[in-house]
Design a protein around this ligand. Sequence first.
Ligand code: HEM
Length: 466
Amino acid sequence: RCCVILLGAFTGPLSKIPGPMIGKFTSWPWIIQCVKGNQMNIGPRLFKKYGDIVRVGPADIIFRDKATIQKILIDDDFRKSRDYESAREDPNVTSLITETDKVKYKQKRRLLSPGFSITYLNGLEPLMHECLQAFTKVLDARCKDEGGCATVDMNRVLGNLTSDVMSAASFGGSFNLVESDDNTQKNIFTSYLKRVALDAQFPFIKYLPGVPLASSLISGLVEDIVSKRRKEIEEGIMKKDILQIFIDTNNADPVSFTDKHIRAEMILFMIAGSDTTSLTATFTLLLLLNNQEKLKELISEIDSTFPSLEDTITFAKTQDLPYLNSVINESMRIMPIVTAGIVRLVPETTILCGFEVPKDTIVSAWINEMQRDSRIWPDPDTFIPERWLGDYKGVSADRKAFLPFSAGSRNCIGQQFALKELRLILATLIRRYELSLVQGQSHELRVHTVPWFKQGFYKVRVKVRT
Ligand code: HEM
């Protein structure tokens, strides 16, 4: 075995790929960084030192260049890696995200697509308004209680808001977390994602005696929602949402789409549909508050579109706000949710970035590094929404080098849902409140599937505008 490792390290096709010496022999240091949530900090340092392609393990390569990322995700559409399979609790129960078989995946995606059609999404607008009204009511009350100006943990309240939106839109009723100000659920999601990151690397953990499954944290909640819905169906109350699609599929084919499948899909949608959007909104506020000129520009656009505090902020009007859309794009360029590579498996020996890469090598597309590549983006680390409005320093924004929702057949199914929600949230917050920076906060992040603030919060001062 030692001979095989030595041969692979120095003579195999991957031996010419630059990277730390230890990566030739073992992936352990890289895996440990993943479990610690620290790959997002180590990856950029490796790219800086070794270039566009780095070998981080005997069969584990990371990439940041546009052409290779395009090939991996779009042109050749490599299948998902075994990490996704390991993240399944039951190897036989896949969800949309953990399905690695291309044919089965297509069937799943087709099943869900009615829940993401433009007509269906537009029908969600009143539900989103209701959740936002509850949100502004709570923020208004906090401002009043705290003498006009409240210090709010945006990470927490936005996490609760997007969970309420997700549950109202997909599972038939808001969790009302904004009103209860209960962050237990957000903490459970964070613990769940940490555990999934661990399971993906060490699949045996879930089989150890006495170790509960990751889903044990959430299954009670999910089962309550499903049994409530089944009761409603018995009473003749019919709803048309994602949960209904899951239940109908289960009723039609209870053998291949079991109760376990319903649970896996619901957990996926609960988490993928809430934390991602709330973090993107929080990061956008963070960037705006640290770039006051850009914030002023956005306030001016929003105020001229919605002159009165009482004006309803709508999907239609926010969709056409050029500066708001540029701010959201720039925020997702500079602080995307995917911070540590989208992982795929090489299906057959192929040339990537000029190197021969054999079948079954694990390849990670670091879209976050591509989105900060100075060869593509002038002043890549600076927040410049204007680059989306026209040329910046003679360079127009390269949309092919901007993939915050991933790309290809496995792109984010919730992209339009998220964008509609983000525009409403940001326009509502900016129109209604004067937002100011709480100085001295750490912006340090860690990542377990999605990023989280190491300090556990991100505070903003909030005052109702007159
Ligand atoms: C700003 C918000 C969001 C961002 C940045 C985002 C980003 C992404 C990315 C990068 C992926 C690919 C992950 C991978 O290949 O491992 C993904 C997948 C996914 N997203 Fe989103 N997402 C967002 C919001 C949402 C929302 C609101 C929903 C649901 C309503 C959603 C549902 C999903 C699902 C189900 C998948 C798995 C798709 C698959 O594997 O085919 N996402 N998302």
